[in-house]
Design a protein around this ligand. Structure first.
Ligand code: FMN
Length: 196
């Protein structure tokens, strides 16, 4: 398999968050898959103001951004595919993730996106469904396969290891296979449209 770049985004920036544990688990699965060069992006490292630029992204896709966002923007631009690790917050996804999405535009365009969700009973699925709508507006393709951890606190032990790892690991590989297919196809399509 060719080496495509996969950015795994930790969507929660909350103090004491569990998101980094889920992201570490998924990054291991992605490394095992072997089809991607994996970059784990922690939104807690970026400056993500809620006040957006004056001009909408469709008119000014790359506005001046805060110094503390430059690294994030470059890493999003470099990615061929994304996996977003998200909890459910009030039946949706965290505000920091929305800010990171809305500050960018071309960085998502014609790329593919997968999801790993976790939370209480809903397992991140409510956040994932909202994110599918958002990424549709950004001309990104979200894959149907996902990984979900409902009541994650029963599924992971105190060291952050899954008690029953096989089923989630298989779900992750299935999603990564599909993501790889789309990432390859869309990378070729993006190069062809640049060359034309
Ligand atoms: C503001 C907020 C809202 C939440 N809303 C939901 C919810 O709607 N459904 C759910 O199953 N869990 C909900 N939870 C529980 C979270 O999914 C759980 O606390 C999880 O650990 C959050 O991810 P994090 O630790 O990475 O921030 C909520 C938690 C917070 C902080």
């Amino acid at each position: 398999m060719s080496s495509l770049k996969l950015a795994v985004i930790i969507g929660s920036v909350r103090e004491g968050r569990f998101g980094s544990t889920v992201a570490a688990w998924f990054a291991e699965q992605a490394a095992r898959h072997g089809g991607f060069e994996v970059d784990v992006i922690d939104l807690a490292d970026a400056d993500l103001p809620l006040a957006l630029p004056a001009i909408p992204p469709a008119m000014e896709p790359n506005p001046p951004r805060p110094e503390g966002m430059v690294d994030l923007s470059a890493r999003l631009a470099a990615a061929d595919a994304f996996v977003i690790v998200t909890p459910d917050y009030n039946r949706s996804y965290p505000a920091a993730l929305k800010a990171a999405i809305d500050w960018h535009f071309t960085q998502w365009d014609a790329k593919t996106i997968g999801f790993v969700g976790y939370s209480g009973a809903s397992g991140g699925l409510l956040a994932i469904e909202h994110l599918r709508q958002v990424f549709n507006e950004l001309n990104a393709h979200t894959v149907r396969e996902y990984v979900s951890f409902p009541r994650y606190y029963l599924l992971f032990d105190e060291e952050g290891r899954l008690r029953e790892p096989n089923e989630p690991a298989a779900a992750a590989q299935t999603m990564l296979d599909r993501l790889h297919w789309w990432a390859s196809a869309l990378a070729a399509a993006r190069s062809a449209s640049v060359a034309a």
